[in-house]
Design a binder for this molecule. Structure first.
Ligand code: SIN
Length: 544
């Protein structure tokens, strides 16, 4: 039996693995593909935070911007914890070897993004997440107490047989690249599997983001919170033949401006002397223009696209220095090159894409997962029971700490992940050190008897495409009651079909992911129907 199993290899999973291993605990680090296959690795913008923890005014300003973005639904206590612990955790990352960009004087170069009233975002050019992953993976690979299981899919949590209202997680079933399920007994399990952008047709997330951890925990009795708040990033590159590629908000922080095609035409043909920001449709939507918070910008882009019938709006950088931009945003410049586009020369076609799941597993300030009221049999009824699910923790995007409220402030997610990773790690180690040495455990094997191999995967591929269409068309950026109810009916049918296959077939990655996605899609839709007031990212036309 290992001491701690950590599922997921983004910033949260890697950071807590190192913490626990260095404190002397045996860690199993499980990840669905390779360690680098995580949303963190694709994060461009950066990590928000005040480096001087004694600067109370600056910490409070960060809290205030977080609360404003969250549209009244943030947990202020959590926002204070995260903002005031930022300095320590960012120092930890730097001590792990993460190199954030500095100016020639050796001061950290702080970026700007929507909703921030001042510069406070550390970054490494436009590949901040990749730099964090590089340093943390190097640490994990050289730590002998960490056993890394790559290409290993977590299937389900194993519960100790106790009373229904007092559950304990004692390990999990996983499946390796040989498709053979195996049992991983563990004294504690930390879920850090990230979000679920793959529920939608257009997403900035990697293919691994299928919500596995949330679905697994819900099946084990966890409660979820705020799943109706799905954040769409307003500026994903929208080009035929390429996946939506994130164009970081820090580009707008450095002066890029959103325009419709007509506004851009007017600017280039008749009014070149006017600053492009003064012509942008964004001014009709918010005084902060292209740097308003993400919920406002994404909906404004969507509404302009619907009005004009165009499949995108434009992100304009022609008024800026192309060479400087290419130096500051090399990842983006490189991607644009594939399509013959250049920063500082060409307007970029962009459109909103699903980016971040604000809601998730309901946790307390130590990352402990709340148990659901199990008297209600329906997993979409997720009211909290008042007990934590013993032995289970959730950190990073999978969790809902209350920090983001109804809308996450840009670049607060890497910070939240590292702060809660540290806190959950501390709580896990405290619990383990207080427990007696574990006895040899004999956990059940994954059920295989009577199961057959799935003959064809094609129906699953169609089901997945149908799920993504339903979520994009009916549960997306702009919702309506009738469409949400239609989504409920379609997802219920999909759920019945997938459960039928599940009961008779051996698991495959495609089947496990689809089953997880269907459950999470039902939860997101149920939460969207239940919220009867428009707030933050939740926008239902019928509630106007
Ligand atoms: C971005 O770089 O625009 C994304 C950063 C974030 O999602 O916080």
């Amino acid at each position: 039996m290992v001491d701690v199993t950590i599922v997921g290899s983004g910033i949260a999973g890697l950071f807590v693995s190192l913490r626990c291993a260095r404190a002397g605990y045996q860690v199993a680090l499980v990840t669905k593909k390779q360690l680098t296959d995580s949303s963190t690795n694709w994060a461009q913008g950066g990590i928000a935070g005040i480096l001087d923890s004694s600067d109370e005014e600056a910490v409070q300003a960060h809290v205030l911007d977080t609360l404003a973005a969250g549209d009244g639904l943030c947990d202020e206590r959590i926002a204070n914890i995260v903002a005031s612990e930022a300095a320590y955790r960012i120092a930890d990352l730097i001590a792990e070897g993460v190199q954030f960009d500095q100016d020639p004087e050796g001061e950290y170069d702080l970026a700007m993004e929507g909703g921030h009233q001042r510069r406070r975002i550390l970054h490494t050019r436009d590949a901040t997440g990749a730099e964090i992953e590089r340093a943390l993976i190097q640490g994990c690979r050289s730590e002998p107490r960490i056993t890394i299981h790559e290409d290993c899919l977590a299937l389900d949590l194993i519960l100790e047989d106790r009373h229904a209202d007092e559950r304990r997680v004692v390990g999990l079933w996983c499946m390796g690249s040989d498709d053979q399920p195996f049992t991983l007994p563990s004294r504690a399990v930390l879920l850090a599997t990230g979000g679920a952008g793959q529920l939608f047709r257009q997403t900035t997330n990697p293919t691994v983001a299928t919500g596995d951890g949330i679905a697994m925990a819900v099946r084990a009795g966890a409660s979820v919170k705020d799943l109706e708040f799905v954040q769409f990033h307003p500026t994903a590159l929208a080009l035929a033949g390429d996946r939506p590629f994130l164009i970081t908000e820090t580009l707008r922080g450095d002066g890029a401006v959103l325009m419709t095609k007509a506004e851009h035409r007017r600017w280039t043909q008749t009014d070149r002397t006017a600053p492009p920001a003064t012509l942008s449709f964004m001014l009709k939507h918010h005084a902060n223009g292209s740097l308003a918070t993400r919920d406002i910008v994404a909906r404004a882009c969507d509404s302009e696209m619907k009005r004009s019938g165009d499949g995108h709006v434009l992100l304009v950088t022609e008024h800026l220095d192309g060479e400087e931009l290419a130096e500051r945003f090399p990842t983006i410049a490189h991607r644009l090159q594939r399509h013959g586009l250049e920063l500082g020369r060409d307007p970029l076609p962009v459109a909103p894409a699903a980016h971040y799941l604000v809601g998730g597993l309901a946790v307390n300030e130590w990352g402990e997962v709340w148990q659901r009221d199990l008297a209600a049999d329906d997993p979409t009824n997720t009211s909290r029971s008042g007990n934590a699910l013993a032995g289970l923790y959730a950190i990073g995007e999978i969790s809902c700490t209350g920090l983001h409220g109804a809308n996450r402030l840009a670049s607060n997610s890497l910070l939240e992940a590292v702060v809660f990773s540290h806190r959950a790690g501390a709580r896990v180690m405290e619990a383990l050190s207080a427990e007696p040495e574990p006895a040899q455990v004999d956990l059940p094997d994954w059920r295989v008897e009577g199961l057959t191999d799935l003959e064809e995967h094609t129906p699953l591929v169609h089901d997945r495409a149908q799920l993504r269409s339903t979520m994009s068309d009916d549960v997306g950026l702009v919702k309506r009651d009738a469409r949400l109810r239609r989504a409920v009916r379609r997802l219920d049918l999909l759920s019945e079909e997938v459960e039928r296959i599940w009961l008779r077939c051996r698991p495959t990655v495609e089947l496990v992911e689809l089953r997880n996605m269907v459950l999470l899609a039902r939860l997101v839709t149920a939460a969207s129907l239940a919220r009867r007031k428009n707030v933050g990212l939740h926008y239902n036309i019928d509630l106007k």
